[in-house]
Design a protein around this ligand. Structure first.
Ligand SMILES: *Cc1c(COP(=O)(O)O)cnc(C)c1O
Length: 378
């Protein structure tokens, strides 16, 4: 693994997208912990959940972390805690995963959008003009593992008196100017879905906050609004972080710094290998930013033909996302139309994602680079 031996290279004929099989190849340690959990019967918001929350808060450098059922809930519950609902607008990035907008709609608010730029995050130059009197919160998305320009987002938010909920689901341990994703907003959502930077054995999410009031409210909302076993303070949800997943989370969270280092190294290797291939454009790499590369995305001429060429040669390349979210059928009631967000449209047409994870070998990356080079050589 990881060598440049031409013989190894010659044997590669497949590059998978997801490293899940490798990630949990030796699960004995986790099973031992699970055996102890099962014997204890401590299944709902018990000790292991509290331990995981503490570890997670420390990893981000935040005051509080509250485990919930999914990354989507980790966005929805803070919005609810802010009192956002029908008649309100939440302003977010036009290119994102369905769930960011799903969370806004679930609390009854209207999603409004700012176009992206080639960082794949929202274009801050367009942010202020998109704020309306109905805007009640900003939700920047740290898409692909990159980090939105939060110093400027916060300055605008402050000027308009708007709370910021960060969507950090794709950027665990991402940093900008020495601050981690999760440092700026009143709350930040992370996901531990199997396709994220760290993952558990199903769904799980976590909210991070430095705000004591937000912490209290999210804790109430995730557990039926219960203040104690017998006292229900408000209406809430059943969205507790599962104890079984907290066991897995504790095991994988320790590896997170190493995982993001390896992802960043793999991305740098691609950058070097793909630079100079006519037809490929690497997005600008930002100074003072630690991109954790949940996704490695580049711009490609004749993208669909390149994608087909790669798939036929065993490379599981993907597109994030082929249909811009604002053009999905589900959003039809909001009245957006094709062309409203041109950079997002361009990304959906021109971008391709290659596997980039801690288990990918340099030989596999060489195979990807050579396959792309061969495509443009014709
Ligand atoms: C995955 C993801 C979510 C939702 O996370 P789930 O745990 O799948 O609910 C939200 N936002 C973004 C940007 C994501 O990538």
């Amino acid at each position: 693994m990881g060598d440049h031996d031409p013989e190894t290279r010659a044997t590669i004929s497949q590059v998978r997208f997801s490293p899940l099989g490798q990630q949990f190849a030796e699960p004995d340690e986790i099973f031992n912990e699970l055996r102890a959990l099962v014997r204890s019967g401590d299944f709902t918001l018990g000790q292991v959940v509290a331990e995981f929350e503490k570890m997670f808060a420390a990893a981000i450098g935040a005051k509080h972390a509250i485990g919930v059922g999914s990354g989507t809930d980790a966005l929805k519950i803070p919005l609810k805690a802010l009192g956002i609902g029908p008649g309100d607008e939440v302003l977010t990035a036009a290119n994102t995963f369905y769930a960011s907008v799903g969370a806004i709609v679930e609390v009854g608010a209207r999603p409004t959008f700012v176009d992206c730029d080639d960082s794949f995050c929202l274009d801050v130059d367009q942010l202020e003009a998109a704020i309306t009197p109905k805007t009640k919160a900003l939700m920047p998305i740290h898409l692909t593992g990159n980090v939105a320009d939060m110093p400027r987002v916060m300055e605008i938010a402050k000027r308009h008196g708007l709370p910021v909920v960060e969507d950090g689901c794709q950027s665990l341990l991402g940093e900008r100017d020495g601050h981690k994703v999760g440092s700026w907003g009143v709350a930040t959502a992370f996901s531990m879905h199997p396709l994220k930077i760290i993952n558990v054995w199903g769904d799980a999410g976590i909210v991070v906050t430095n705000d004591d009031k937000m912490d209290k409210k999210v804790r109430l909302l995730r557990n039926h609004g219960l203040k104690s076993r017998d006292e229900m303070e408000i209406f809430g949800y059943n969205s507790r972080l599962d104890s079984v997943q907290a066991v897995v989370g504790k095991w994988i969270l320790q590896q997170a710094p190493d995982i993001v280092d390896k992802r960043a190294q793999a991305a740098e290797y691609y950058d070097q290998g793909l630079t100079g291939i006519p037809g490929i454009r690497i997005p600008p790499r930002q100074d003072a930013t630690r991109n954790v590369y949940l996704l490695y995305m580049v711009f490609a001429n004749d993208r669909d033909a390149l994608l087909k060429h790669c798939l036929e040669r065993g490379i599981e390349a993907k597109v994030h996302y082929p249909i811009p979210l604002y053009q999905q059928n589900a959003l039809a009631p909001f009245g957006y139309k094709a062309g409203d967000f041109p950079a997002t449209d361009r990304h959906s047409r021109d971008c391709v994602s290659f596997p980039v994870d801690q288990h990918l070998s340099r030989a596999e990356q060489d195979y990807v680079i050579e396959t792309v080079r061969a495509f443009y050589r014709g």
